[in-house]
Design a binder for this molecule. Sequence first.
Ligand SMILES: [Cu+2]
Length: 208
Amino acid sequence: MAIFTPKNWWKPLHRGEKIWVYVIIGWGIIMTVMMPLGHFWGQNVSQTTYKYKFNPEKGINEFETIFNNFINKYAEKELVDGKVVIVEGKPKLKTEGPSMIPIVDASIVPKSSDGYVHLFLAAQTYRFSPIFKLERGKEYKIHISSFDVQHGFSLQPLNINYQALPGYDFVITMKPRSDEKLKVFNIVCNEFCGSSGHHTMIGKMYVK
Ligand SMILES: [Cu+2]
């Protein structure tokens, strides 16, 4: 029970307060409408989502198995005199940059039974792997997932944004435009994923 009964606690809103309430409601409506509209100008491209078998406690991540098979099969290998270099019984992969990102030339990945070339992109602290080499005018299904925590996938300079979540497979259909002049696109992590390296988490895609 209150110590005393509040009296006249309610007063009509002051004009200044009213204006701010209307501004907030208006902005809320604009932002809500912007989300579906973004689909039409290509910022929020529709995606298909699947769920992977994922158990962080047991260390089971179906995506890791699929991804590792994909890399072993299709990543570019280091060649000397036309022969694949073998290190500790495994083919040595060609890599780029200080975090040694493997490269996959999508032209060697065969089409699946659905008629699409499926490519797998892994986000992890603090890298995107691999670097794809795509061809203009060709359509790809890109599967995005994470090995550890939530990451963002922001394709720059197009500003196309997705999430990379452990246990989920986000599939986007991507077709580099045939009149595209830019040869290198960057993938930026726009979801804060750790203080020591989030700012360095930048991936790459080549378009030829
Ligand atoms: Cu990240």
